[in-house]
Design a binder for this molecule. Structure first.
Ligand code: TYM
Length: 345
């Protein structure tokens, strides 16, 4: 039996507002991959509760992320869009992976260290085991490619380690079940484009993030034109003119960030942007960037708002997606159980 070729999986957490980093680093790529791959896009509500969530807000955020996916151009009829908790195989495989992954591997995860902060003992067990659930999300579909922003790279490496260790630990059993060359593919991260790490507008050394207390640090995908323009106008810069080429970004993270965002939004390269704006002041770049961002993001915000007004439709999309996702995950999980040695039909 062979492994599926070119199946894409990725997930986004329904915790608070989606922002420009989520769009350029992930969702815009999700849309592009639809032309060349079979894609599965998941709203990862089980990941969200690794940190306490208000139930009503979690429901609302889950629908909002789904609406944003569709508003950005993901087609839930051609591809699969669903929320994680509706497909029980994610949790089942995550348990098996909890038993494959090593404490030492998870202890090295920088995201856990950042999120748990100084009080590791108070963090949930789920937050620690999070990367094993993430590996299960991908591998329960035996997905081969995973589009993500740069901050997920370490988690993807761990997913590969888990897949590899499972294939080795159960080598004989996998062969007995009729699979050649291991059971799980080693999923490849797709971290591409010029905005794989969009930085905060307040500090070019920090990632743009939904948990930043300053709303001025990020553009939310629900921001209106005035808010987008204001945030770009007020974004931190340095006093020098823009460099003529990309070597000049050395030590100038704010310049690099704004130019990278510009390039990503208009599907060009940072050098192309510098060919127009190099040697000039930030104000010229910022004014055109504001227009470009409003042109690209405005319709997404408006369409998201339109879709969210009909939660019944969103829920139907998620239910249909979950059924189609289960049709793939269920037989794979049945094989996993056989391989591991669980008795059952
Ligand atoms: P999450 O919900 O934090 O972010 C969703 C996606 O947005 C990307 N991203 C960024 N990209 C560029 N610049 C930024 N400032 C920025 N901030 C966020 C993230 O890299 C991500 O691709 N653990 C994941 C969700 C997940 C998942 C998965 C992803 C769960 N299971 C399986 C892939 C495969 C997360 O918390 O993403």
């Amino acid at each position: 039996m062979s492994k599926p070729l070119n199946r894409v999986f990725s997930g986004v957490q329904p915790t608070g507002n989606l922002h420009l980093g989520n769009y350029l680093g992930a969702i815009k790529r999700f849309v592009e991959l639809q032309n060349s791959h079979e894609c599965i896009y998941c709203v990862v509500d089980m990941h969200a509760i690794t940190v306490w969530q208000d139930p009503a807000e979690l429901r609302q955020s889950t629908r909002e992320v789904t609406a944003t996916f569709i508003a950005c151009g993901i087609d839930p009829a051609k591809h699969i869009v669903f929320n994680q908790s509706q497909v029980q195989e994610h949790a089942e495989l995550a348990w098996v992976f909890n038993c494959v992954a090593r404490m030492g591997w998870l202890n090295r995860m920088t995201q856990f260290k950042e999120k748990a902060g100084k009080h590791k003992e108070n963090a949930s067990v789920g937050l620690f085991a999070y990367p094993a659930l993430m590996a299960a999300d991908i591998l329960v579909y035996r997905a081969t490619h995973v589009p993500v922003g740069d901050d997920q790279k370490q988690h993807l490496e761990l997913s590969r380690d888990i897949a590899q260790k499972f294939n080795v630990d159960f080598e004989a059993s996998i062969a007995e079940a009729g699979f050649e060359d291991g059971f799980f593919p080693l999923p490849e991260p797709l971290i591409t484009g010029h905005a794989t790490r969009v930085m905060s507008f307040r500090d070019g050394n920090n990632k743009m993030s939904k948990s930043d207390p300053s709303d001025m640090s990020r553009i939310n995908l629900t921001d209106d034109a005035d808010a987008i323009a204001k945030k770009i106008r007020k974004a931190k810069t340095d006093p020098e003119p823009l460099p003529g080429d990309t070597d000049g970004f050395e030590g100038r993270p704010e310049a690099e960030n704004l130019v990278g965002i510009f390039a990503a939004l208009q599907d060009s390269s940072p050098q192309d942007v510098l060919n127009t704006y190099g040697g000039g002041q930030f104000s010229g770049l910022k004014s055109d960037l504001a227009d470009l961002a409003v042109e690209k993001l405005g319709p997404i915000g408006a369409e998201t708002a339109r879709l969210i007004a009909d939660p019944g439709h969103i829920d139907a999309v998620l239910k249909d997606g979950a059924e189609r996702a289960r049709a793939i995950a269920e037989p794979i999980m049945r094989d996993v159980k056989k391989i591991v040695g669980f008795v059952g039909g």
